[in-house]
Design a protein around this ligand. Sequence first.
Ligand SMILES: [Zn+2]
Length: 150
Amino acid sequence: MAKKTKRKIAHPKLPMQRQLNLQHEGKYFDLRAIFDRLNERYFRVRLRGYKVMWGRRQKRRPKEYFIFGTIQEEDRVIRINPLLDQPFVPLWFLQYVLYHEMLHSVVPDEVGSDGRRRVHTEKFYRREREFPNYRRARRWEEENLARFLR
Ligand SMILES: [Zn+2]
């Protein structure tokens, strides 16, 4: 009984609103603010009802490749890898990662000649390159990838 009480004190329950905020507020970056700005500037506020949040921290860092972000269209959820919430990550790189995921919601998938579904189509890549910091971001990714892997 005493143990239970102690635990309760050590982990006070946060009000609901606060819990929701934590999903997009990182220690260094607020994904909501970045999303809203990109939505206005590059998508004419076309992305509606999207939730953007930091993903769960994985116990182990990946060895081979790193997933920066994902989009779940059915639920309209964009998740960004929480390892990007670090002071050495430039804002324009995080913007690029988010821009890439947002682009998936406006550029339709295509079925290739092999019958397989493709999300990174020619059209997708063309639009991705329109992002002002595209080259800079890709270079940064190449140069810093090792910092995110084991
Ligand atoms: Zn993609």
